[in-house]
Write a protein that binds this ligand. Structure first.
Ligand SMILES: Cc1ncc(COP(=O)(O)O)c(C=O)c1O
Length: 355
């Protein structure tokens, strides 16, 4: 995997400028890159902490000395609860979410047994069925329980509208996010009215980075903007309805054409194990289609009249989905022009760390 340093830095700058202009904070999501080196640069560019998908990612980032890490999934196993409590003890700025009073009770018991305190945000429904307590009274009641707990501090709310993130067309996306977050806005208003502290309302994505400051969020959990993938290119932007070009494709997989026996097609060393998807795209050659072939083989096809490719030629491929693709690699090779200037390990990938 190759990171184009200039484009990566451009992406960081763009997000920082948006944050400054609109006043919305950024707590970048690390699940798309799983790298301490990338995370540190996001913090250096104004990130107020980090967002993580797994307790293992949170342990990795806190262990690297990064504070204000938010874990966006509630712990429901003995293992995850114990680790969340232990991490809270080690780093009092670490926080995680709950959407269920039963889980809150389990967390309180575990914290009491360790004489620990935890910092919690209440996860509320934001258009996605996978998590989030019902907005309004149920959400406020759960927040009140957190706020009155001897073992917890209420940090605020999380409302992640995953459906809005990849909605095509900027105006349609804006409307979708506005609707998805309507319930959360009502909850926050009710909570404030009842005297509850609401330090954060976290949510949003790369797709809604220039939308959600107007939708009641205080901070963005955007992740993909640092590298971008083809799923995101396809959603269209405010100024370009076809391609989402606010952020640049800064990550590619460098492959080699290792067989070229037939017209208008070539075989590359980029197979299913490298997360080949038919929606992947070749950098600088939009006319080429990527086709699945096998574990270690990928295919490229193009039409008559398109530029031909030669055996041994290198092509760089943009991934369809960063989360899963970056999980297949051990390190990023960082390029300045055609020079590799650094190597960043992908410490949070795969295996035990993800459980
Ligand atoms: C909880 C959560 N927050 C935020 C995001 C946004 O990340 P991205 O900017 O990569 O779409 C995701 C992505 O799936 C997510 O699961």
């Amino acid at each position: 995997m190759v990171v184009d340093l200039a484009l990566f830095e451009q992406n960081l700058k763009r997000m920082a400028e948006q944050s400054k202009a609109t006043g919305i904070n950024v707590r970048p999501h690390v699940k798309i890159h799983k790298s301490v080196d990338v995370a540190k640069q996001q913090i250096a560019r104004g990130g107020i902490g980090l967002t993580c998908a797994t307790i293992a990612e949170a342990e990795l980032m806190c262990g690297a000395g990064i504070q204000h890490v938010l874990w966006t999934k509630q712990p429901a196993s003995v293992n995850n609860i114990a680790r969340a409590v232990a991490l809270s003890k080690r780093d009092s700025t670490f926080m995680f979410v709950v959407d269920d009073p039963t889980v809150l009770s389990w967390v309180e018991e575990a914290a009491a047994a360790e004489n620990a305190r935890v910092r919690l945000a209440v996860s509320v429904f934001a258009g996605m069925n996978r998590q989030g307590v019902e907005n309004g009274q149920p959400a406020v009641e759960l927040a009140q329980r957190v706020a009155s707990s001897k073992r917890a501090t209420l940090e605020g709310f999380m409302a992640y509208s995953g459906g809005a993130a990849h909605t095509k067309g900027w105006e349609t996306r804006r409307k979708k996010s506005e609707e998805d977050l309507a319930g959360a806005r009502e909850t926050v208003a009710l909570a404030k009215k009842s005297g509850l502290p609401v330090n954060i309302v976290s949510g949003g994505s790369t797709g809604t980075y220039n939308i959600d400051h107007a939708n009641g969020l205080t901070e963005l959990e955007a992740g993909s903007y640092v590298f971008m993938d083809t799923n995101y290119f396809a959603i269209g932007g405010k100024d370009d309805s076809e391609t989402y070009s606010d952020f640049k494709g800064a990550l590619t997989v460098l492959t080699t054409i290792d067989s070229k026996r037939h017209a208008n097609q070539a075989t590359i060393d980029y197979g299913n194990k490298a997360m080949l998807r038919t929606t992947d795209k070749v950098k600088g050659m939009p006319w080429i289609q990527v086709t699945p072939q096998g574990a270690e083989y990928g295919g490229l096809v193009w039409k008559d009249g398109d530029r031909d490719l030669k055996i041994g030629e290198r092509v760089e491929i943009y991934c369809s989905n960063l989360d899963t693709s970056t999980n297949c690699y051990d390190r990023y090779f960082v390029a300045k022009g055609d020079q590799i200037v650094d190597v960043w390990p992908i410490m949070g990938r795969s295996g035990a760390a993800q459980r």
